[in-house]
Design a binder for this molecule. Structure first.
Ligand code: NAP
Length: 484
């Protein structure tokens, strides 16, 4: 097997918010790992930028500490950490003020790919974009990477898009959704569009329903202020679950190329129906097993924000008419588990009689905690004594088949940051996609706000409110995942 990793050009990546939580936990460890894989060409620089006054030595020491905490085994290699730190610089610059811009400009190299990662609070994005332009730090092929949340609703997302568009062309803006950087999410596209086997069956005629679960066992403590304004719908459904739904439901793009893929995703979002109130279950965790309640975590005894949501929606087009999509996400659930299940229909007729039971093919795409794809097929149970059927998994996870290559899959941030450097926007959200997703989300939120809905309580570390299971059972179905 010939490896064809596309090389990257020499780059300057400026991480605004380079001392923050996301930079320490994800961005810098991802860059370090790419450095270890030989993907940081000589002359490339990573420049941390934030308001705090730090010397370069202090910054390098704090990044080395972050790598030891968050970059796994690779960071035990002292020489590797020190080699990476040689590429590191720090500038104290206030994105909203006047100080520090000249120092930053002096560090940037002519001719290197230039990217600015906006790892600062969303309230700073516009000022930062303006500051970069006003101080002459941008060139025609400069890229900016914008973190979530991208807006709070359609109006704020449109405003932010317009503000960024004053300073950058859409081709320069990389709205990051790390779910799209996961190996398995991309493998889902390879499975769908690289095989003859699945695509002919990938429609309402053969698929009974699709489920997407993104469950977390952590609560919201530490992020309470943000989460209280956001809730599960804005924090997870509008972006991550929506993007996963798009990749499952979209038509085959003519090429695996940014606008071709994003055009198809956009069509899916625009084809989503408005969700009826009885197809939505909102929940909020209560204290259990030593964990505080949501209301304690956000310090608001009357909070009506949902820490859990399950909903049933429909993609109103020819391919999917009659095949529901069930989405579920929440905090403080029994386990951390992200997966997509494509449940195929029953065979039209069972030649084996009733005693053979009901057997269905099921394609499971596991995203967290481990990544892998499993197809459940029905076979004969071995041995004499009649025709008994049993479901067995065909494991398509990469680890065994691909050996070390399959195990060492790059983390989502590693892949996405390198895509920014390569100038490949395929796995980033376009402005119209983000706005269409808010246009679908807003009326749903306005609906429950107008009704004064109070989320259903559920025990911390449970499967969520009973009503979520009931919603499924009413349709004669069950959730997959979360211990099932
Ligand atoms: P954080 O820990 O609060 O860090 C914010 C960073 O921004 C700090 O380095 C801060 O340093 C810097 N900063 C603040 N105001 C600035 C200004 N005016 N000019 C220059 N630098 C400034 O936040 P975070 O958790 O890393 O999150 C950063 C962004 O990523 C947010 O938009 C967040 O929504 C998003 N995000 C975070 C996560 C996560 O897991 N943490 C996940 C997804 C998305 P100084 O105070 O020294 O300036």
């Amino acid at each position: 097997m010939v490896s064809r990793i596309i090389p990257v050009e020499t780059f300057d990546l400026v991480v605004f918010g380079g001392t923050g939580d996301l930079a320490r936990r994800k961005i810098l460890p991802a860059l370090f790992k790419r450095y270890c894989s030989g993907q940081m060409p000589e002359g490339s620089q990573v420049i941390g930028a934030a308001r705090s006054e730090l010397t370069e030595e202090q910054y390098r020491a704090s990044v080395a500490e972050a790598l030891r905490e968050f970059a796994g085994d690779a960071a035990q290699d002292v020489a590797a950490v020190s080699g990476f730190c040689d590429h590191l610089h720090y500038v104290a610059v206030d994105a909203r003020g006047e100080s520090g811009w000249g120092d930053l400009a002096a560090l940037l190299n002519e001719g290197s790919v230039r990217a600015f990662y906006f790892s600062v609070g969303p309230g700073v994005y516009s000022d930062l974009a303006k500051g970069l332009k006003r101080h002459g730090l941008t060139e025609a092929n400069t890229r900016i990477v914008v973190e979530k949340p991208f807006g709070h609703d359609l109006e704020t997302a449109q405003k932010l898009n317009q503000e960024l568009a004053q300073y950058f062309d859409e081709s320069q803006i990389y709205r990051i959704d790390h779910y799209l950087g996961k190996e398995t999410v991309q493998n889902l596209m390879a499975v769908r569009f690289g095989n003859m086997l699945f695509e002919p069956l990938w429609n309402a005629q053969y698929i009974d329903h699709i489920q997407i679960t993104v469950a977390e066992s952590v609560g919201v403590a530490g992020r309470g202020e943000y989460y209280e304004r956001s809730g599960a719908m804005r924090d997870m459904v509008q972006n991550h679950l929506m993007q996963l739904l798009c990749l499952i439901a979209m038509e085959p793009p003519s090429q695996f190329e940014p606008d071709a893929v994003r055009d198809e995703k956009l069509k899916v979002i625009r084809a989503l129906d408005t969700v009826a109130p009885h197809h939505i279950v909102r929940g909020q965790y209560t204290a259990a097993d030593g964990a505080d309640s949501y209301r304690e975590d956000v310090d608001n005894p009357r909070s009506k924000t949902e820490s859990f949501i399950a909903l049933k929606c429909q993609v109103n087009n020819w391919r999917w008419a009659g095949t529901p999509f069930y989405l579920r996400t929440g905090k403080r659930l029994s386990e951390r588990d992200s997966e997509i299940t494509v449940m195929f229909k029953d065979t039209p007729h069972s030649i084996f009689g009733d005693e053979a039971g009901r057997h269905r093919n099921e394609l499971n795409i596991q995203l967290q905690p481990n990544e892998g794809i499993t197809l459940k097929v029905t076979i004969k149970e071995p041995g004499p004594g009649g025709m008994r059927l049993v479901d067995v998994p065909l494991d398509m996870s990469f680890a065994e088949a691909l050996g070390p290559k399959g195990q060492g899959a790059a983390d989502a941030y590693e892949r996405l940051i390198m895509d920014v450097i390569r100038g490949n926007q395929t796995l980033f959200m376009r402005d119209d996609e983000v706005e269409a997703a808010w246009a679908w989300t807003d009326p749903i939120i306005r609906g429950w706000e107008a009704r004064g809905d109070v989320p259903k309580p559920y025990d911390a570390f449970s499967f969520g409110p009973d009503d979520a299971a009931l919603m499924m059972r009413r349709d004669g179905r069950n959730w997959r995942g979360l211990g099932k």
